[in-house]
Design a protein around this ligand. Structure first.
Ligand SMILES: NC(=O)c1ccc[n+]([C@@H]2O[C@H](COP(=O)([O-])OP(=O)(O)OC[C@H]3O[C@@H](n4cnc5c(N)ncnc54)[C@H](O)[C@@H]3O)[C@@H](O)[C@H]2O)c1
Length: 389
């Protein structure tokens, strides 16, 4: 039996990004007028500093802005513990791309090709400050502006953040570790959206635990991304008795992060290993699996096609095949999980719960100490929030 699911109507390649964005923008506008007004819970400010003013941060800031204007549609959680997305205040933003440093955040978010388009305007005049650079090869920007560690920490301290969010280009491990150290030195929580092992690094994790500072990571799990969707389809087939024999996933997308991944073999292979492990972990026996970013297509902008194929055997050994194409927008896909991550980080900070938050990380991140299937990860997450709120 062959099942072919295409989640969006097939359109010409050249028009994918424009038509997809227009339709999502139209939907956002409709949501503003159609959805009920969201009741704001009492104000509990969450002071957030970001390293990396790219599409993931753009998604988070735009979703928080949309929520303030009355729409919480599509979010994973409107209210999390005592916090709503409106409680998030951006208090500092750092980047090293000279096209972004020194400009207001709302402009910097649009300064490079492949940026997440503006679905809702952000009123964010805070200026982007120079971040930390460790001269790693995949810097992601043609020319960089950076400062010394001491100068960075002094700027960060003045901003008094509750949470430092690391959303820099993937593969910059030394820079990521330096940001984690800066969070420790400033006494704030750390959220690591990148694939650099930080919450899964024994040494850094111990330091955060000793200081009773929360550590969330590593490698954000997109809200409806290929990895999660692929895992869920495998999980459903397995729970219905299908014996999975093999599966693969091909990801094609625009955006700078895709470009860097395709150019940097080590990063591509690391991301492939993380995604493959996450997907294969939902099946209780060994399967042939391969998933990863396969191609960078500049005209796709911030969008991505994840195409996966699953083969297995059903009753009588009859073959069963599934072919799915998921078309999504990277920055938008990061918004919900990031809004959740910074709110959990603040919640844990206020309760002085330090170290890697193991009940939360498998729900929001791909690289974790021990993999948990998506349904159990969600249950663990919800139980934790109920318990500590
Ligand atoms: N759905 C998602 O967007 C998603 C999902 C999973 C993981 N992630 C991870 O989140 C991170 C950000 O993704 P993105 O799509 O926003 O990337 P992006 O390329 O749009 O933005 C990254 C930003 O980081 C900046 N940067 C690079 N080095 C820096 C440094 N040393 N200090 C400060 N800034 C620096 C770049 O100039 C750029 O502005 C990546 O590591 C990515 O792997 C994103």
């Amino acid at each position: 039996m062959a099942i072919l699911i295409t989640l969006f109507p097939v359109v010409k390649r050249q028009t994918i990004s424009a038509s997809l964005f227009q339709s999502v923008q139209r939907r956002c506008k409709r949501q503003l007028s159609e959805t009920e007004k969201v009741t704001e819970p009492p104000e509990h400010e969450i002071r957030v500093a970001v390293a990396g003013v790219g599409s993931a941060v753009s998604g988070m800031l735009q979703a928080a802005e949309l929520y303030k204007r009355g729409s919480g549609t599509g979010l994973l959680h409107r209210v999390l513990g005592p916090f709503s997305p409106s409680d998030i205040s951006l208090v500092a933003a750092f980047d090293v791309d000279e096209r972004k440093v020194g400009r207001p955040v709302r402009e910097a978010l649009q300064a490079v090709p492949g940026a997440l388009p503006i679905f809702t305007p952000i009123k964010q005049n805070l200026k982007v400050e120079p971040g930390l650079s460790k001269n790693e090869p995949a810097s992601g920007s043609p020319s960089t502006k950076a400062v010394s560690y001491d100068s960075f920490v002094s700027t960060l301290e003045k901003a008094r953040p509750d949470v430092l969010l690391n959303a820099i280009t993937g593969g910059l491990d030394s820079a990521g570790e330096a940001y984690a150290q800066a969070a420790l030195d400033c006494g704030c929580a750390f959220v690591n959206a990148t694939p650099t092992p930080i919450a899964t690094s024994t040494e850094l994790e111990t330091n955060f635990r000793d200081r009773r500072l929360p550590l969330l990571g590593d490698d954000l799990l997109s809200q409806i991304g290929g990895t999660l969707f692929h895992s869920m389809v495998l999980s459903v087939l397995s729970s219905r008795g299908v014996k999975i024999t093999q599966t693969y996933q091909l990801d094609v997308g625009g955006g700078r992060e895709n470009e860097v991944t395709v150019e940097d073999d080590e990063l591509r292979l690391r991301k492939r290993a993380i995604k493959t492990l996450t997907v294969a972990s939902v099946i209780p026996y060994k399967i042939k699996a391969a998933t990863g970013t396969t191609e960078y297509v500049d005209f796709m902008g911030n969008s991505r096609d994840s195409r996966f194929e699953i083969m297995g055997e059903s009753v009588l050994g009859a073959p069963i095949e599934v072919e799915v194409t998921l078309r999504s927008v990277d920055g938008a896909n990061a918004a919900g999980p990031l809004l959740d991550a910074v709110r959990v980080a603040k919640l844990c900070l206020s309760k002085r719960i330090g170290g890697a938050i193991e009940e939360v990380n498998p729900y929001l991140f791909k690289l974790v100490r021990s993999s948990v299937d998506p349904v159990s990860a969600e249950r663990m997450f919800n139980d934790f929030i109920k318990r500590v709120s």
